[in-house]
Design a protein around this ligand. Structure first.
Ligand SMILES: *Cc1c(COP(=O)(O)O)cnc(C)c1O
Length: 366
């Protein structure tokens, strides 16, 4: 007997979301699979998308090489670029595209050895205030790469800081400043992350980079109208494995911070913060029990949490509990827990993953 907790991954939804991203953006779109595909399993997601995707992006070379070892032949971009000469060599050998965002990486790329040329995504900081060349240095960096003889292809890229805010002047300013800095440089451009693809038509250049929207979570906290057609890919679920009847005035869980206000039927669920369900989620955080809305009560433990079944008299041992997925919007859950869907999705661990796709029986996987 194993506990009934699992994370189901709907690969058809993933494919559909990618197709939506591509239709919205136009041009080509990288499917961003960093952090083990935001907790969905990078290899399985890459295989599911391999037929249709223009390419993939991950954060680091280790992640890129994992995909190559799994037989993924499509282009793969390493978003943080090379950390050392070994990375550069591996990139050339395994045809991994590299971001170059600082002088150290630029000098390494210019002097790279090996028989084949590199594909470089040259990154400028247009207002994020994080990685990237200052806009004033973009042209110079581009010309050095182009003259080096080591580089077969260059894409000019930048990343948005506030594209999830529908009216952010900052994003319009980033687009305008980046486009000005690129003027006269003969290379395709890439600006849009998920929020850019959904909400900022001016950011839709040659290449989009779709992350969170592939997984069916709306990147706009206020809800982007175009996100309505996205389908959640991940469902985190378990079952009620014990039911307690508590009087009014009873403390629930560690710390006793939550005290019942009425006679309460409390359902115990075998999932906790060791599985990635956030410990900070407060009483009242939404869950679904047999498809009906219910709420978390008491503090989340390492291996267990408690839900209020008082208003669901039919619910009991064996009732299905969804922590987030098709019934509980991961964004609503994230708001309740004071975080964002990205963090919830990529923190899921310990629970078995079950992949589902049309025409194939659900198969457990690593
Ligand atoms: C993670 C990442 C993305 C994808 O972001 P989403 O908001 O998940 O779409 C795109 N570009 C870069 C540079 C990233 O690091």
């Amino acid at each position: 007997m194993t506990r009934p907790s699992r994370v189901r991954i709907d690969l058809d939804a993933l494919r559909r979301n990618y197709a939506s991203a591509k239709a919205l953006h136009g041009g080509r779109v990288l499917a961003v699979l960093k952090a083990d595909a935001y907790g969905h399993g990078a290899v399985a997601c890459a295989r599911a998308l391999a037929d249709g995707a223009d390419g993939f992006a991950v954060a680091f070379m280790e992640e890129a090489l994992e995909l190559r070892r799994a037989g993924i032949a499509e282009p793969i971009l390493a978003l943080e670029g090379a950390f050392d000469a070994n990375d550069l060599e591996a990139a050339a050998q395994h045809r991994i595209w590299l971001v170059v965002h600082q002088e150290r990486q630029l000098a390494m790329a210019e002097h790279a050895g090996g028989p084949s040329g590199l594909t470089v995504w040259l990154k400028a900081d247009s207002g994020m205030g994080r990685a990237g060349f200052p806009l004033a240095e973009l042209g110079g960096a581009y010309r050095r790469l182009a003259a080096s003889g080591r580089v077969d292809g260059i894409v000019l890229m930048t990343h948005f800081a506030r594209a999830d805010e529908p009216d952010a002047r900052a994003t319009a300013d980033q687009v305008a400043a980046f486009d000005r800095a690129c003027a006269g440089l003969d290379a395709p451009r890439s600006l849009a992350n998920s929020a850019g693809i959904l909400q900022w038509p001016s950011a839709r250049h040659a290449w989009g980079r779709a992350g969170i929207l592939l997984y069916g979570a709306d990147p706009m906290p206020a809800g982007a109208p175009k996100a309505a057609s996205l389908r959640p890919v991940m469902t985190l679920e378990s079952e009620v494995f014990a039911v307690r009847s508590l009087p009014a005035g009873a403390p629930v869980g560690y710390g006793g911070g939550f005290v019942t206000r009425r006679p309460t039927r409390a359902g115990l669920v075998a999932i906790g913060y060791a599985d990635g369900y956030p410990r900070v989620a407060p009483a009242g955080t939404p869950v679904a029990v047999d498809g009906r809305r219910a709420a978390l009560i008491g503090r989340v433990s390492m291996d267990m949490l408690t839900v209020d079944l008082t208003d669901l008299p039919e619910a009991g041992i064996g009732s299905r509990v969804e922590l987030w997925g098709r019934q509980v919007d991961v964004n609503a859950m994230a708001v309740a827990a004071g975080t964002i869907a990205y963090e919830l999705l990529c923190n899921v661990k310990r629970v078995p993953r079950v992949y589902e796709e049309a025409g194939k029986a659900a198969a457990p996987a690593a």
